[in-house]
Ligand binder design. Structure first.
Ligand code: 5GP
Length: 175
C-alpha cells in the first residue's frame, strides 16, 4: 500500500488563521495568565506557532494521548499516556488540539482536566471535522472547518509519518 498526498491548506493560509486566532486569544485572555495544555503529538507545530504569538504571561503543559485501531479512522480507543504536571485549580485553561473528529478524544481530555477544578476550560483546535461528530463537543476556537477527509502534515501523522509537512494535505491510500 502506498499513499498519495494532495495539498489542501497551504502554509500561508495556516499562518493567517493562526495569527487571527492568536489575536482573539490575546483579547479574551488579557491579564488572565492562562494555561495552555498542548495535546501531543499532533498539536505540537500548531501550538508552537500559536503560543509564540500570545502576548500575555502564560504557562504551558503537555498531555500525551494515544489512540489505537485503524490508522485513518478515529477508533474511540483513547488512552492518556502522560498527564499534565502544572496545578490548574482555579486557572483559565485552553486545550490546544490538532483536530476534532468524532470528539471522543476531547471528551476524555476534558473529563480528566475537569477533575482538577480549573476556573475555565476551553478548546482551541486547528482543524474541525463536524460531519463526523458522535459527541456534543463544539470547539470554542477553531481555525478551519474541513470535510470528511483524512489529513496529514503540520504535526498530523499517518503511521507516525508526514508530521513535518509545512502544509495540510489530504492523504489517500493507493494500491
Ligand atoms: P476524535 O477522538 O475527535 O475522533 O479524534 C481525534 C484524534 O484522531 C486527533 O487528535 C487525531 O490524532 C486523530 N485524527 C482524526 N482525524 C484525523 C485526520 O484526518 N488525520 C490525522 N492525521 N489524524 C486524525
Amino acid at each position: 500500500m502506498r499513499e498519495k498526498i494532495e495539498e489542501y491548506i497551504s502554509n500561508e493560509n495556516l499562518m493567517k488563521e493562526i495569527e487571527k486566532l492568536a489575536a482573539k486569544l490575546n483579547e479574551d485572555y488579557k491579564d488572565r495568565n492562562p494555561v495552555f495544555v498542548i495535546i501531543l503529538k499532533g498539536a505540537f507545530i500548531f501550538a508552537a506557532e500559536l503560543i509564540k504569538r500570545i502576548n500575555t504571561p502564560l504557562n504551558v503543559d503537555f498531555m500525551v494521548i494515544s489512540s489505537y485501531g485503524d490508522s485513518t479512522r478515529s477508533s474511540g480507543n483513547v488512552r492518556i499516556e502522560e498527564d499534565i504536571r502544572i496545578n490548574i485549580e482555579n486557572r483559565d485553561v485552553i486545550i490546544v488540539e490538532d483536530i476534532v473528529d468524532t470528539g471522543q478524544t476531547i471528551v476524555k481530555i476534558k473529563e480528566k482536566l475537569s477533575v482538577n477544578n480549573p476556573k475555565s476550560l476551553k478548546l482551541a483546535t486547528l482543524l474541525n471535522k463536524p460531519s463526523r461528530r458522535v459527541t456534543e463537543i463544539v470547539p470554542d476556537y477553531s481555525c478551519f472547518e474541513i470535510e470528511d477527509k483524512f489529513v496529514v502534515g503540520f504535526g498530523l501523522d499517518y503511521r507516525q509519518f508526514y508530521r513535518n509537512l509545512p502544509y495540510i494535505g489530504i492523504l489517500t491510500e493507493v494500491e
